[in-house]
Design a binder for this molecule. Structure first.
Ligand code: NAP
Length: 251
């Protein structure tokens, strides 16, 4: 049986990379999927087209998660199209590495506005739509949040903040049947990690050398775990920070 049949799932930042894979895997398990994007409409529409061609159900919706009005519109349009959301995946995120002396106030605010405030706004909107049956939230965090790398102070701080929200909210949601967990990916080959220069870099080689499973991750590695966490198979799991990283210990 499909693990997410009749569920409505909103995945932020699903026009490419990890978010696109999660949207695709969720739809294959029967979820009605909202493919959110900020500016890459073409990418989001391609994801929707592939899902629909495979017999799934999906729409693309624009919305910058760091903007309160966009998030409100995104959830209203989701409700209009599919009904209230059951599953939220906070995947939209940015990652830039810079030495302390080069960290700008603007970069700080960008990271915290998208990676932290964006998730917060989406969670506020989602819990308003969750019905009596509750709901599920998955925060796509990072191994870099708990084992920061040099030059990753701002990005790592934003993901540590996201994980702190996962812990706090898992307790706050007590008695409401809302499960919330973080996935902490290691280095994953995506459009973002490629254009950021991580894939093919000396840093990637170093990280893979300290990864027991001996390779860089693929978006599907994360998506399969997201399906598990969103499904009833994970019915007794909340507040967890789950590393999906090939066992990396060299961060
Ligand atoms: P990616 O390829 O760069 O894709 C990022 C996605 O986020 C895009 O769909 C982008 O949409 C969307 N996005 C960015 N800003 C947004 C905003 N303000 N509002 C809505 N959507 C926004 O990224 P990725 O590598 O797949 O990473 C996805 C998540 O995994 C991030 O949270 C990242 O921190 C985390 N992660 C990644 C890795 C890795 O190695 N790749 C490792 C650990 C954790 P547009 O294209 O429309 O801008």
């Amino acid at each position: 049986m499909s693990k997410l049949a009749s569920k409505v799932a909103l995945i932020t930042g699903a026009s490419k990379g990890i978010g696109a894979a999660i949207a695709t895997y969720f739809a294959a398990e029967g979820a009605k999927v909202v493919v959110n994007y900020a500016s890459s409409q073409d990418g989001a529409d391609k994801v929707v087209k592939a899902i629909t061609a495979a017999g799934g159900t999906a729409i693309s919706l624009q919305g910058d998660v760091s903007k309160e009005a966009d998030v409100a519109r995104l959830f209203a349009e989701t409700n209009q199209a599919f009904g209230p959301v059951d599953i939220l995946v906070n995947n939209a995120g940015i990652y830039q590495y810079a030495p302390l002396e080069e960290v700008s106030v603007e970069a700080f605010h960008q990271h915290f506005n998208i990676n932290v405030l964006g998730a917060l706004l989406a969670m506020q909107a989602a819990v308003k739509q969750f019905g009596a049956a509750g709901g599920t939230i998955i925060n796509i965090s990072s191994e870099a949040g708990r084992t920061p790398l040099p030059t990753g102070s701002v990005y790592s701080a934003s993901k540590a903040a996201l994980d702190a929200m996962t812990t706090a909210l898992s307790k706050e949601f007590s008695g409401r049947n809302i499960r919330i967990n973080s996935i902490l990916p290691g280095i994953v080959e995506t459009e973002g990690s490629r254009s950021g220069g991580f894939i093919g870099s000396e840093a990637e080689t170093r990280l893979v050398a300290t990864t027991p499973l001996g390779r860089t991750g693929q978006p599907a590695d994360i998506a399969k775990v997201a399906v598990f966490l969103a499904s009833d198979d994970a019915a007794w799991i909340t507040g967890e920070k789950i590393s999906v990283s090939g066992g990396i210990y060299g961060l």
